[in-house]
Design a protein. Structure first.
Length: 470
């Protein structure tokens, strides 16, 4: 399949020629607030743009993912962009309207620019350039997907695509050669990231009148003890005398003999308390229940059940015995179409081997188009994040790759406009030059993919749970 006669100057010129169109498309997407489960307007905006650009087919699946197709082959190369965003938080932290914002010669401002509607703009126009230049590889079709609900439940959108939408279209997941994720990569090519899971801890108490608290059993006080243990699990060292050994232990071959090197590549796991709830009959009563949510990031060698067991083994969890229940969340929010796909809040860790054919395709494309170092917009923010870092690396956060490769084993690799540091932050921006760079790279990469050199791509891939969840 490798196209040895690519005109890289022509590809770069074509992408540059669409710079203004990509910027306008991105600003149009940003103008439609699109928090998870409320993406309908932005999905319609994307569908209209794809139809205007002459995609061969544009459709919504039942969940509301918007999918554009180019080409007629049986094999598929997909380019994924989640088009839902988080909220804006405290509006006083924004200097401009997060949904109108501004653009100048360098940047576009607004919620979703980096995370990650910018990727949608580059992917859509990348496919358009492939069609313009006759560069849809023979035997392949290009699938450009604007996926929903990623911010709420990473990868659930692809669970729906693989288990619901593909069968309706007569597609098997094995037809997907690989997926490019357009999540922001700060100019790098990313071959994996830590997994995560959402853990819930429930503590029971007994209420009584606040004037005599000794008659009750305060659930908040119990949880206060447990919270200190959770904090210690994240912050402690792993020395012999440390009672609660910190998660840094997984970087040590003593505790993680099979995967410590992969853990060092990804970075250590983390945990943090993200939410807290309580019940009490009144403000003058003892609380009779307290619950917390724990955001748990998982490095190589950690499993869903080992993470649950770590919390169950915390000294104060054990101290309060049957009054404490540790569990994993389930997700069942209806999409913007009203469809529900219930799944567990577990998102597996994954790493590709660097020599994998699909990773090599992006590296070769970058080398031919831009050289062997990360491209860098004329921005101090970008320079601080990009200069001196290896071209091929990993994300800090989580992506739809948890399902694409983590759950289903479909090879996945990342290259997308914008910066991780802009994700979920006020005054979010993305750089126009990144839109051009990514669109060009997508065109070249799909034409440099050498399917004859496919290997077992997994450097590390976490296992599924024992739940019967597809």
């Amino acid at each position: 399949m490798v196209n040895a006669n690519l005109d890289y100057a022509q590809i770069k010129a074509a992408a540059e020629a669409y710079k203004a169109d990509m910027a306008a498309f991105l600003r149009a997407m940003i103008s439609h607030p699109s928090e998870s489960c409320e993406e309908g307007a932005v999905c319609e905006c994307i569908k209209a743009e794809m139809e205007k650009l002459g995609f061969d087919e544009v459709e919504f699946d039942g969940l509301g993912n918007v999918i554009g197709w180019m080409g007629t082959g049986d094999k598929i190369i997909a380019i994924d962009s989640h088009i839902d965003t988080v909220g804006i938080g405290n509006i006083n932290n924004w200097t401009h309207d997060p949904y109108q914002g501004y653009e100048d010669d360098e940047v576009i401002y607004g919620r979703g620019g980096s995370d990650q509607e910018g990727g949608m703009a580059s992917a859509t126009y990348g496919a358009k350039i492939m069609k313009d230049l006759g560069l849809i590889p023979e035997g392949y079709k290009i699938m450009v997907i604007g996926s929903v609900q990623e911010e709420d439940c990473d990868g659930m959108c692809w669970q729906y695509v693989v288990n619901k939408h593909f069968p309706k279209k007569g597609i098997k997941k094995e037809q997907v050669e690989f997926v490019i994720s357009t999540e922001p990569t700060d100019g790098g090519i990313y071959r994996g990231h830590r997994g995560r899971m959402e853990i819930r801890v429930d503590v029971k108490g007994v209420s009584c009148h606040g004037s005599a608290p000794d008659r009750g059993d305060n659930a908040i006080y119990k949880m206060a003890d447990i919270l200190q243990d959770v904090r210690a699990l994240n912050e402690n060292d792993a020395e012999e005398g440390t009672e609660i050994k910190g998660l840094v232990k997984m970087l040590d071959p003593k505790y993680n003999p099979d995967h410590y090197e992969d853990a060092r590549f990804l970075g250590r796991g983390t945990c943090t308390t993200s939410q807290i709830y309580f019940t009490s009959p009144s403000r003058c009563a003892v609380a009779d229940s307290c619950s917390i949510s724990i955001d748990r990031r998982m490095t190589a060698g950690e499993t869903w059940d080992s993470c649950l067991q770590e919390i169950r083994d915390l000294p104060n969890v054990k101290k309060y015995g049957d009054d404490v229940v540790v569990s994993m969340y389930m997700y069942d929010r209806p999409s913007w179409t009203g469809e529900v796909y219930e799944t567990e809040c577990y998102f597996p860790t994954w790493i590709n081997k660097k020599e994998s054919a699909h990773v090599k395709a992006l590296e070769d494309a970058h080398l031919a188009l831009f050289g062997d170092t990360r491209t860098c917009p004329n921005s101090e923010i970008a320079k601080a994040k990009r200069e001196g870092r290896p071209l091929t690396d990993k994300w800090t956060f989580s992506t739809n790759g948890v399902a694409i490769q983590g759950r289903y084993g479909i090879p996945c690799v990342g290259f997308g406009p914008g910066a991780e540091s802009q994700a979920h932050a006020p005054n979010e921006i993305t750089w126009k030059s990144d839109l051009v760079t990514c669109a060009a790279l997508y065109v070249a990469a799909v034409n440099l993919y050498d399917e004859s050199k496919k290997i077992d791509v997994y450097e590390f891939r976490a296992g599924k749970t024992d739940n019967e969840i597809l």
